[in-house]
Ligand binder design. Structure first.
Ligand SMILES: Cc1cc2nc3c(=O)[nH]c(=O)nc-3n(C[C@H](O)[C@H](O)[C@H](O)COP(=O)(O)OP(=O)(O)OC[C@H]3O[C@@H](n4cnc5c(N)ncnc54)[C@H](O)[C@@H]3O)c2cc1C
Ligand code: FES
Length: 250
């Protein structure tokens, strides 16, 4: 479907917030799901690119793009007024109700956790959030995240804002195993460390590995789980951490 671009905003270094008109009457996008975007009608870039849903409300769909290569550069350029998008696809996060929950995001991995936090707040959850970034210049929409949370921590690798270090340093300090659900998205090494620290906790991770088709056909996104091989695009991207064979992912 062709979606009309309503707004494109530079929110931090190399990060853009894009807002589209989206008719959610047939299917409301769920936190953790993604869309597949064809950035132009040319053969380069050939494949659609998977991008998480940052927010959905009142028939408006928002995504956050980190500029890392050709497709994301085009997306951030604002030189278009509509885009060819399919989705939403994939299995989203399990939404806890009236529970104490913890969310941990690293870099652009914070993007899908915003819509998740908003949905959890509407489900009366008590939310602790650990927001990690390389440095203050890459941090985006901090006040919007903080407004949804009961407790909020921020870390940067260089200490330019918040505590110097990693999200997992804060986690080690605050973790008491009293969260009914923990949700994370970000670098694999971060998510693996979170799994090691939280051990048998109910941890859901969003796997943003390489996708080919994004719709279950090519097997390009196959990962190893304790229940056999799975395709991250249709069986995920959200998986319970206890299900994953972590050594095969890293
Ligand atoms: C389920 C899912 C959700 C995603 N959500 C978002 C999102 O909300 N916002 C966002 O900005 N990006 C997101 N991504 C990543 C995004 O799809 C890639 O950054 C994008 O496809 C890169 O395209 P490109 O042509 O700009 O860069 P390419 O030229 O394809 O790659 C540029 C560089 O980025 C690296 N790269 C490309 N894809 C990935 C990846 N999946 N993981 C790690 N490194 C990669 C390449 O190795 C290369 O070094 C998501 C990916 C998945 C699978
Ligand atoms: S990306 Fe093709 S099957 Fe998942």
């Amino acid at each position: 479907m062709i979606l009309q671009l309503l707004e494109s905003q530079n929110i931090s270094k190399d990060h853009y917030l894009l807002k589209f008109q989206f008719d959610g009457s047939k299917e409301i996008p769920q936190p953790g799901q993604f869309i597949e975007i064809k950035v132009n009608q040319l053969t380069d870039p050939l494949l659609r690119r998977p991008i998480s849903i940052f927010n959905y409300e009142d028939n408006k769909l928002e995504i956050i793009i980190q500029k890392v290569g050709k497709a994301t550069d085009i997306l951030c350029s604002s030189k278009y007024d509509s885009l060819d998008i399919i989705g939403p696809f994939g299995k989203g996060f399990t939404i806890a109700q009236n529970e104490k929950v913890l969310l941990i995001g690293g870099g652009v991995g914070n993007a899908p956790l915003y819509y998740l936090a908003k949905t959890l707040k509407n489900s009366n959850c008590n939310i602790t959030y650990i927001y990690g970034s390389r440095s203050s210049q890459y941090v985006y929409l901090l006040e919007e995240y903080q407004a949804l949370c009961n407790e909020f921590y921020i870390t940067t690798d260089d200490g330019s804002i918040g505590q110097k270090g990693f999200t997992t340093d804060i986690l080690k300090e605050i973790f008491k195993n009293d969260y009914s659900a923990i949700y994370t998205c970000g670098p694999l090494s971060m998510m693996k460390t979170i799994h090691e620290i939280t051990k048998n906790a109910n941890l859901e991770v969003s796997l943003e590995n390489y996708f080919g088709c994004g719709i279950g056909i090519c097997s390009g996104c196959t990962i190893e789980t304790i229940n056999g091989l799975k395709r991250a695009c249709v069986d995920g991207p959200i998986f319970n951490a206890s299900e994953l064979v972590w050594e095969s992912l890293i």
